[in-house]
Design a protein. Sequence first.
Length: 174
Amino acid sequence: MKRMSQLACALGLVAGIGLTGAVPAFAEAPAKKGEINGKTLYLKPGSWLRYSDALVSRVYTTAKATLEVKGRDACTNLLCPVYHNNVELWALRTRLDLTKPDGATIVTERTLRKGDEGSDVKVMQEALAKGGFKTKVDGSFGDDTKSAVEAFQQKNNLDIDGDIGPATRAKLKV
């Protein structure tokens, strides 16, 4: 019985949730053994992405808001292999959705750098453009976005590195 309790606790940790609440249902979670390679998936806020499929593997990130990831293979009964920032990771299958939730803002707390892509880059580009800094709003962190970030950092007396880290994000108020 103690072993079952330890396993249940470990499963709760993989999900990134406590065992006191049920896992909320999604519109359409990936199927058991379902092929998700190349599909865009959405990870529920509060869920963890892990570096491997081991129950005690290291946490890559905890989603603060709905997080967009890409599928990279077939799901198991419990986990799905995904990519985030071109890093191979694992997410609990029941915490993923194939359909973007209504009204979801998809932002992570990762440091954004030249070469990064995604909806979180687009959100930051929109904030820069709204503030009067010239950049394309295309979700791709290129030279123009880096220049806009550097100009923003200079104007706000921040370290000028061209990256959107915690200090720059806080000043952007995103």
